[in-house]
Design a protein around this ligand. Structure first.
Ligand code: SF4
Ligand code: SF4
Length: 413
């Protein structure tokens, strides 16, 4: 993709779907709402009708498009290779352009994310841990099991279990970490907003694992949000700004691959920026020789949708890595590949549907009887921890990023 993105919802794109309905069986929102217009096929049919001039573009149609989590499971299963993401971000962009009613919360979320890493957000993130610490103590809402604070705003969709922000946000920026053996290559680590702000330890875990394999890891000084949330949301101009900024920064560095621990960032870097990208787990599975030792625990895994849809990481990568942990048992939930209901702004805008998906995810995890639920996406970790606290057995089930779980169990030679 070049600098100027084509936002035109063409007749050719809008007519790709042959309406076979294979996608309905995997769509998380359809599984909750059970209405044709809330299915992938229904959303695409609305886009087709608007493009063909058979229906006027209304707020009701835009609402159906916005009720989609953009998990892209429909695209993943579609036998006809319908380009769902391409159609839907154009449809959302069209709705933003043509309809008078503005969603100010959506604009605030996407603009706020776009600023992550600039001076204002770096300063804000420095004081955020202290404010949250104070709030947790004063309101007795600290949740030590998850090193988190339950932020109770009184508004359900804004009431969240918040991980305590990392002690030094953005601390990995500009660092070069040397391998502890002969260097075999150089990776550029695109940390992503949530690792920078909340899960700094996860970033350190990725670096530790890659250094142990012999890779030098460099974290660019001045990257911003990858832009995937903005693009998926139809805010194409914002995405373009981020794209240009990040590309200029990334192109200053020499590297063999970009490594990620967030498949939404990874998908955008691969599909839109056209960089060579690998997930850290993919590199671990390919190289295969690090040894991990568990403590007799049972673990389960939540497959982030974008890992297999946008990043196109083979799900067996995770199974291979987890089955190779000594003295630990891997057990897979029946719905391990189903969306957890987060999808960023989706869970705020579609609170009821997102909460139902979150509850189902918690139930599926509990059915496995595992003591740990792992995932390879900071957003999924955030949402599942929130779900476990609100609806599940959070005192007995730990939620962790896969990188942290593995780094803690790495046998050092
Ligand atoms: S999107 Fe694909 S799977 Fe879904 S109805 Fe259309 S052609 Fe069939
Ligand atoms: S992207 Fe996900 S939520 Fe949206 S229509 Fe496709 S399967 Fe359903």
């Amino acid at each position: 993709m070049g600098n100027e993105i084509n936002v035109s919802l063409t007749v050719e794109l809008a007519h790709q779907c042959v309406k076979c309905s294979a996608c309905r069986s995997v769509c998380p929102t359809y599984s909750v709402v059970k209405e044709e217009r809330s299915s992938p096929r229904g959303r695409l049919a609305l886009a087709e009708a608007v493009v063909d001039g058979l229906m006027p573009l209304t707020e009701d149609i835009a609402r159906q498009w916005n009720e989609c989590a953009m998990c892209r499971r429909c695209e993943w299963i579609c036998p006809n290779e319908v380009e769902y993401k391409e159609i839907m971000f154009r449809a959302r962009h069209l709705a933003d352009e043509k309809l008078e009613k503005r969603d100010f919360v959506k604009s605030a979320v996407y603009n706020g994310l776009a600023m992550m890493g600039n001076f204002i957000t770096k300063t804000a993130m420095k004081i955020a841990p202290k404010i949250l610490e104070f709030y947790g103590k004063a309101s007795k809402k600290e949740v030590p099991e998850y090193n988190a604070v339950f932020l109770d705003t009184g508004i359900p969709k804004f009431t969240k279990l918040m991980p305590k922000p990392t002690a030094k946000p953005f601390a990995l920026r500009g660092k070069i970490s040397k391998p502890n053996k002969e260097k075999k290559g150089r990776l550029l680590f695109f940390t992503g907003c949530m690792i920078d702000a909340f899960y700094g330890k996860t970033g350190e875990s990725v670096i530790k694992l890659m250094n142990s394999l012999g890779y030098e890891v460099v974290v660019p000084e001045n990257i911003r949000c990858c832009g995937a949330p903005q693009l998926y949301g139809g805010q194409v101009e914002l995405f373009e700004k981020l794209y240009r900024h990040n590309k200029e920064e990334i192109d200053k560095y020499e590297f063999d691959y970009i490594v990620v621990a967030c498949p939404t960032c990874g998908g955008a870097l691969k599909e839109e920026y056209k960089y060579p990208v690998k997930d850290f787990a993919e590199i671990l599975a390919e190289e295969g020789y690090l040894v991990f030792s568990g403590n007799g625990e049972k673990v389960t895994f939540h497959f982030p949708c974008h890992s297999y849809t946008a990043m196109k990481t083979n799900p067996n990568v995770y199974r291979t890595v987890l089955k190779n942990v000594k003295n630990a048992e891997y057990v897979e939930g029946e719905q391990a590949m189903m969306c957890c209901g987060f999808a960023g702004y989706f869970s705020v805008a579609n609170y009821e549907v997102a909460t139902e998906l979150q509850k189902r995810k918690v139930k599926d995890i509990e059915n496995t009887k595992a003591q740990y639920v792992l995932s390879d996406c900071p957003g999924c970790v955030f949402n599942i921890a929130d779900g476990m606290y609100k609806h599940g057995d959070y005192k007995n089930i730990q939620v962790k990023h896969l990188a942290d779980y593995l780094a803690e169990r790495l046998e050092e030679k």
